[in-house]
Design a protein around this ligand. Sequence first.
Ligand code: ATP
Length: 361
Amino acid sequence: MKGDAIEARSLTKRFGAAADAVTALDRVSVTIRENEFFTLLGPSGCGKTTLLRLIAGFELPTEGELYLHGQRIESLPPFRRPVNTVFQSYALFPHLNVQRNVAFAPEMQNRPRSEINAEVRRTLDLVRLNGFEKRLPRELSGGQQQRVALARALAGKPKVLLLDEPLSALDLKLRREMQIELKRLQHETGITFVFVTHDQEEALTMSDRIAVMSGGRILQIGTPTEIYEQPTSRFVADFIGETNFLAARCLESIGGRALYRLPSGTELEGIAIPGLGAGSDVTLAVRPERVDLVREEGQGMPAIMRTILYVGNDTICTVALPDGTELQARVQNRRGAIGGIEPGSPLRVRIPPEAIRVVGD
Ligand code: ATP
């Protein structure tokens, strides 16, 4: 069975003197498993890099405990931790060629020359850069430099690889290629990857699990599907993908079914939420692709089409409920999907019960 690679227990980091201290991390607890591709996702300033730097040993926690494979590590200096970091800026030695850059960590570990050479060959193989040994960093493209940085980090045989927005300097096409490469590398090496990004799409496509952070805290941890399909807070629902929010009152929640009333008076059926009582005011979250536009009378809620935006694969429609509340619907462009419905046309909107999430603030 796989063990835990990293465990943080109530980890807090404050910068500066007491009076005007910045709390970058606020009692963060998280367990990252061995061989996992784990992503820290959140907006700028939420504490992602600080958590990574604490794991690497570049910063000391103000409070809390940090374990690596069951061993407490707060007092271990960075070079004694079986952890390596890949930075956004690559941080290659500009005067050393690819071979020497990659050989750096095994040389520091005083390994025999034959072993070092074999290690350089193995890691350059992994990142598909054989034949580039004699080039200097400035003679490489951005993507190739990032691969050298990866090879250099892997050559130290780390148990955990920390990646701080490693793809953000690359253009979109290269970024997509490197996302696939990174995923492959993680799979082939079995190393635990802790990946930092503020790009939700990148997090969803690459990760085994994601921790969504805001204001120095972890708001939710889950698989990409859980985070996307079952956000527990308004922040997570809003940060990951597009979401409609509807204010509603719970009328009843019994027998596996919940009934909500919108301000327009329309009633909506959802799935029962344990502990949610009749009379509670709630916020409902609904993804635009789960909002169906129908023409048949008697189905769903009445609405008026406001705007229709064609975006290639899909059409994004804004519809208004009778009280003026606007909802977005994302409709796949199959033939006739919304044909004949013009802005201003009446229509009906149907939301399946399982598409409705109740989110906290
Ligand atoms: P970004 O995506 O912009 O890199 P982040 O989520 O990685 O952001 P951190 O770099 O961890 O955020 O910063 C978290 C908070 O701590 C921010 O408010 C930042 O200004 C503050 N901070 C980080 N490092 C220091 C420092 N050395 N001294 C003072 N404040 C700091």
